[in-house]
Ligand binder design. Structure first.
Ligand SMILES: Nc1ncnc2c1ncn2[C@@H]1O[C@H](COP(=O)(O)OP(=O)(O)OP(=O)(O)O)[C@@H](O)[C@H]1O
Length: 352
């Protein structure tokens, strides 16, 4: 992999130290997940140049931006970095267009030129008709897109998103999450996202880095992490099976031809999610009412709290949670073949 971001973020604060290696390839979206106080904001601020590294380094596209041992510290405003803050930090007295033009003005563009460069970004976000609006008259989702346009307009090589959907209500969040996913997919440089929300992380990121107490406890793709969580915190956090496919009615076809049935009626690109607790396992093909039934192989078993998380491979890799008694009754062990069933009503489908 070509490494665009190569960082070792070491920051010492009074009673806390961050020691986080972080690499990413061009076009990769990495989510930093972790409990309160884990050090996510500290990492983001260090990447942005708002908090100096105590030790370690930060290299972007081969250029050393920070290396305390060598006395290198590139100030925040000189870094090719765009930031979308949690509450967006839009300037209330500037129009949407001037908010997007602001970063370009800071980088030396004249007013007319900055506006001319900013407008296509508002158009891409579907906000051209709101160019003259002040942030106060925009909806939460629109304000979020203005903040994203402002961050992208300077063509950053590193895009930082701090809880980008946290300020939105549940309904808006669904739409904005899907839009953000599309914009991130088009973004050719590295994006780092900080979030508390496992669904945001799993939908938006190619890779998750889970941090606890300033250290990485696990990293991998969303499906690797949800199938094989290494700590109780992660098991609770990413307890979700998530697939992407194309929906027609109640049926969602996955890229490899597998299909999932959902109770929601939906069409076009879609996600289907269900929790591991919704999966039942059987030694023989069940005759019940479940429409989603697959023969799978047990790859691993882990005890998390009072549940056994079963990692299953086969046509549709998934995670199932069982009680220890149920796991013992099925005599589960790696290599054993089982049938997994999920009722359509236990799945949740929504547009991708
Ligand atoms: N200005 C500061 N001076 C000293 N310590 C700080 C400062 N700001 C934060 N900390 C400490 O650094 C640690 C990491 O905080 P940080 O805000 O990075 O965590 P976080 O993962 O972003 O948490 P949250 O999800 O609550 O925002 C915490 O223990 C916090 O108390």
């Amino acid at each position: 992999m070509t490494t665009a971001l190569d960082a070792l973020l070491r920051v010492d604060r009074a009673a806390f130290s961050l020691d986080l290696p972080l690499d990413a390839a061009p076009g990769e979206v990495v989510a930093l997940l972790g409990p309160n106080g884990a050090g996510k904001s500290t990492a983001l601020r260090a990447l942005a140049g708002l908090l100096p590294l105590t030790d370690g380094h930060l290299r972007l596209d081969g250029a050393m931006l920070e290396d305390p041992a060598a006395g290198v510290h590139t100030p925040a405003e000189q870094r090719p970095v765009g930031v979308v803050f949690q509450d967006y930090l839009l300037f209330p007295h500037l129009s949407a267009l001037d908010n997007v033009a602001f970063g370009l003005r800071c980088r030396g563009h004249r007013r007319r030129e900055a506006r001319a460069l900013a407008l296509p970004w508002l158009e891409r976000m579907g906000l051209a008709e709101h160019a003259a609006a002040r942030p106060g008259s925009l909806s939460g989702g629109q304000a979020q897109r203005v903040a994203l346009a402002r961050a992208l307009a300077v063509r950053p090589r590193l895009l930082l998103l701090d809880e980008p959907l946290a300020a939105l209500d549940a309904r808006t969040r669904l739409d904005v999450r899907a839009q953000l996913r599309r914009h991130l997919a088009e973004f050719e440089a590295v994006a780092i996202l900080v979030t508390h929300d496992p669904l945001d992380a799993m939908v938006l990121a190619d890779r998750l880095v889970v941090i606890e107490d300033g250290r990485t406890v696990q990293s991998g793709t969303p499906s690797e992490i949800s199938r094989r969580p290494r700590t109780d915190y992660i098991a609770r956090l990413v307890g979700l099976n998530l697939y992407r496919g194309t929906a027609a009615g109640h049926r969602v076809e996955l890229p490899d031809g597998q299909e999932l049935f959902t109770s929601e009626e939906i069409s076009g690109p879609a996600f289907v999610a269900f929790p591991p607790a919704a999966v039942t396992l059987h030694r023989h093909r069940p005759d019940g009412s479940a429409r989603n039934v697959w023969p799978l192989t047990v790859a691993g078993l882990d005890l998390h709290g009072d549940q056994v998380r079963v990692d299953l491979t086969g046509p549709l890799p998934l995670a199932a949670d069982l009680t220890p008694a149920a796991a013992a009754e099925l005599d589960l062990a790696p290599g054993i073949e089982v049938w997994a069933a999920v009722k359509a009503a236990q799945t949740h489908a929504y547009p991708a």
